[in-house]
Design a binder for this molecule. Structure first.
Ligand code: NAG
Ligand code: NAG
Length: 503
């Protein structure tokens, strides 16, 4: 009798784990992050800001149109911010956090940089190998180095094409999140290194970026949400629905944008730089730390006047002829037309009072500038009129406090700091509509487990350690060192929601 009952319960347990696994498998994603240093705003065709670059990057453009173009993406902090989920200044930064997160969840983690190869063939071959990992999930970061110094744009475009083709051929394109980023120069830690790259102007920090994923609910569009590079890590954490698997408390400045992207709502309202602070479309700019003139040079030539007709039909043909076109969902001409216009920077020169227009605007620590990014994204018009003084003073106070103290736990800055910590959860906890059902199942599971345990003791079962199978299907012996597993996702979302209601 006892044995029959046991057999039945075991069967139930097997069914439960099968259901759990399939739900989890569905949300499990591979991740490929590609980045290029010093790719300028108008280097890709998607921003439609410079005609001469229009036909250089069919694959990258096509992939961007298939996903979401992150049109207000700020990359200050660069690769360190990406991997730590923190602002560069933040004392919390753990530069291995991204890698650790994926490694501990059984991913095959690969970081490939062109800088480690003497020829690009080896580089490309290793990328392809990294993608073909039978049934094992992968996280791959691909560093194309500095544009022109390491690789030329048309070559990068070819490689991006090959990457997408490979994921398609390996049948993993549908569960792979692909992120493409333009980063500031890697050596840009100190902004006063090089006068040419020291401009705090928008295009230096506001960078080209897009995300492609089959699981994005609203693809083929341009997002104007404020997104900082430190947000990528928590965004991937939310998208992959895994656990941090650490005893440590994890602090990051980044905000989960996955939910916001899927619902097209805002998650972030401010960004802290080393020499600028953005809040609700206003930017306080301290110039460079050398107090040299603030040049609007970086943005010169961004504007393509409306009358300067470009050959859209031809561009469209070009995009449709991209190597990867057939692997992606269909794209209409209207969509591309719309997206390009949305992704373009409109300097609005006509609206700016030319009498106050200055080629060289002085912004310094003593006299910071204030720009209205909504109407003046090219930062040509310092708002130093009286009516803006109150805003400037207030933003200065917030920013000076950040420079001095960093972000603190009781920070009033909108969602700029999240704390993640939760306790043990060795059982998989999928989300969604199944959760009530699963809670029931899990309770049952625990119950069964206890029954088996008792039965085991009775039958002098001599296995001394309990065993469970984790998500990567590796057998894990549950021992003390694995006792605490953290997952901050729900804490982040709760905080964001709180912050949003406060706004
Ligand atoms: C690649 O080169 C960088 C330095 O450019 C180095 O820090 C890194 O460890 C190298 N990676 C590999 C896998 O060799
Ligand atoms: C992702 O975040 C949203 C809210 O921000 C939350 O409701 C959801 O449970 C999170 N999903 C996962 C899988 O962590």
């Amino acid at each position: 009798m006892m044995l029959k009952l046991l057999a039945l319960l075991l069967q139930l347990a097997v069914i439960h784990s099968a259901i759990t696994r399939s739900i989890n498998e569905a949300s499990r994603s591979n991740v490929i992050i590609m980045h290029v240093n010093n790719l300028e705003w108008s280097d890709l065709g998607i921003h439609h800001n410079k005609r001469e670059n229009e036909n250089l990057t069919p694959n990258i453009d096509r992939l961007a149109y298939g996903g979401i173009i992150l049109n207000h993406f700020y990359a200050n902090g660069g690769i360190k911010s990406l991997n730590s989920g923190c602002y560069q200044r933040s004392s919390y930064g753990n530069p291995n956090l991204m890698r650790t997160y994926f490694e501990r969840n059984g991913y095959h983690v690969n970081s490939l940089s062109i800088k480690n190869y003497t020829n690009s063939e080896d580089f490309i071959r290793n990328i392809m190998t990294a993608i073909s990992h039978d049934n094992q999930l992968f996280y791959i970061s691909i560093d194309f180095g500095s544009l022109n110094n390491d690789m030329k744009l048309p070559v990068i475009d070819k490689v991006v094409g090959k990457i997408v083709e490979k994921t398609h051929n390996e049948r993993v394109l549908d569960n792979t999140i692909i992120i493409f980023l333009s980063l500031p120069n890697a050596d840009d830690d100190t902004i006063d290194n090089d006068p040419d790259s020291s401009s705090p102007i928008e295009s230096h920090y506001r960078r080209t970026a897009f995300i492609y994923s089959h699981s994005l609910l609203l693809p083929q569009r341009v997002s104007n949400q404020l997104i900082h590079i430190s947000d990528i890590l928590p965004t991937l954490v939310n998208a992959t629905d895994l656990k941090w698997r650490t005893r440590d408390r994890i602090y990051i400045d980044g905000i989960n944008q996955w939910t916001a992207l899927n619902k097209n709502i805002d998650a972030r309202y401010s960004i802290f730089g080393d020499n600028f602070y953005i809040e609700n479309n206003w930017k306080l700019s301290y110039g460079t730390s050398k107090n040299i003139l603030y040049n609007s040079l970086d943005n010169k030539g961004l504007e393509l006047s409306e009358s300067d007709n470009y050959d859209f039909k031809n561009y469209m043909k070009f995009v449709n002829n991209a190597d990867i076109n057939s692997y992606l969902d269909e794209l209409t001409e209207d969509k591309v037309f719309l997206m390009r216009n949305r992704a373009k920077v409109h300097c609005n020169l006509n609206d700016i009072d030319t009498s106050s227009f200055a080629i060289n605007i002085k912004c310094s620590r003593a006299t910071p500038c204030l720009f209205d990014l909504q109407s003046d994204p090219c930062e040509l018009d310092d708002k130093h009129e009286h009516e803006f003084d109150a805003r400037r003073t207030r933003m200065r106070t917030v920013f000076e406090d950040y420079l001095e103290n960093g972000l603190t736990d009781d920070e009033v800055h909108h969602g700029a700091h999240d704390e993640h910590s939760m306790t043990i959860d060795p059982i998989l906890t999928p989300s969604g509509g199944f959760s009530a059902f699963l809670t029931l199942m899990i309770t049952l599971f625990v119950f069964i487990f206890m029954l088996i345990f008792v039965a085991c003791i009775k039958e002098r079962c001599n296995s001394r350690r309990s065993v469970y199978v984790d998500k990567s299907k590796k057998i894990i012996y549950k021992d003390e060192s694995d006792a605490t597993v953290s997952n901050g996702v729900s804490t982040i979302s709760a905080q964001i929601e709180k912050q949003q209601t406060r706004l």
